[in-house]
Design a binder for this molecule. Structure first.
Ligand code: COA
Length: 195
């Protein structure tokens, strides 16, 4: 299979979900995700209250990372509805070193139903099989038990702690660095080639 060329955003399907391109029509649904209880508590690089301007900026960011080929952010929708209930994707894609970082968030009405396990499962399959990444990383604010549990369930290893790596919400926060390598992923899922 040839490596993904960023011509169009692919739609990813799982049993319950459709991951599709984010459009400006998703603006209010994405803000509703961020306004749902607990979603912003551990997000990195986000401070303050999400408002219309922030909603537009984040959609522009999703468009920009796709056009500069450094990432894709998908809208997560619960079939058969087309409404965005969360997002996930990769960014900081480093083609030379075959490495990408992932991120995700889900409206709290849908937590603990295995939805992000399903969505990030599809995202990882895309990263390792289509994008041919060798390494997928995730940075998690220390204390984010839900995100750490999700990553461990999907096979990630906690590799270390970046001590007080970011300054936000008026304090320095440490980050847990998680990583998953292609051979580890294939050992779990019998996925496609890394070459
Ligand atoms: C992190 C997040 C995406 C998890 O989504 P989710 O759909 O609820 O996760 P899942 O239901 O697929 O659960 C995955 C695993 O994590 C566990 N888990 C989920 N929430 C948990 C919590 N609050 N505490 C401990 N474990 C938790 C689940 O039990 C499951 O493990 P199990 O199947 O062995 O029981 C969601 O909590 C969220 O959007 N949080 C706010 C945004 C955020 O923190 N994003 C990540 C930034 S790094």
């Amino acid at each position: 299979m040839t490596r993904f060329d960023f011509a169009v955003t692919p739609t990813l399907e799982t049993r319950r979900l459709r991951l599709r391109r984010i459009t400006t029509d998703d603006h209010h649904d994405w803000l509703a995700v961020w306004h749902s209880p607990g979603v912003l508590d551990y997000l990195i690089d986000f401070q303050g209250a999400p408002n219309d301007a922030v909603g537009r900026e984040i959609i522009q960011w999703a468009e920009r990372i796709f056009s500069d080929r450094s990432g894709i952010r998908w809208a997560i929708t619960l079939k058969p509805a087309d409404r965005m209930i969360g997002s996930c994707g990769f960014h900081l894609y480093d083609r030379a070193h075959r490495r990408a970082e992932i991120g995700y968030e889900l409206h709290s009405d849908f937590w603990r139903q295995g939805i992000m396990t399903e969505a990030v499962g599809a995202l990882l399959e895309f990263c390792f099989a289509a994008l041919k990444t060798h390494r997928v990383e995730a940075d998690v604010v220390e204390g984010n038990a839900a995100s750490a549990a999700l990553l461990k369930k999907l096979g990630f290893t906690l590799e270390g702690i970046w001590r007080e790596r970011i300054y936000q919400r008026n304090t320095y926060q440490s980050l847990w660095q998680f990583g998953l390598l292609a051979p580890e992923y294939r050992a779990i899922h019998s996925a496609g080639s890394d070459s």
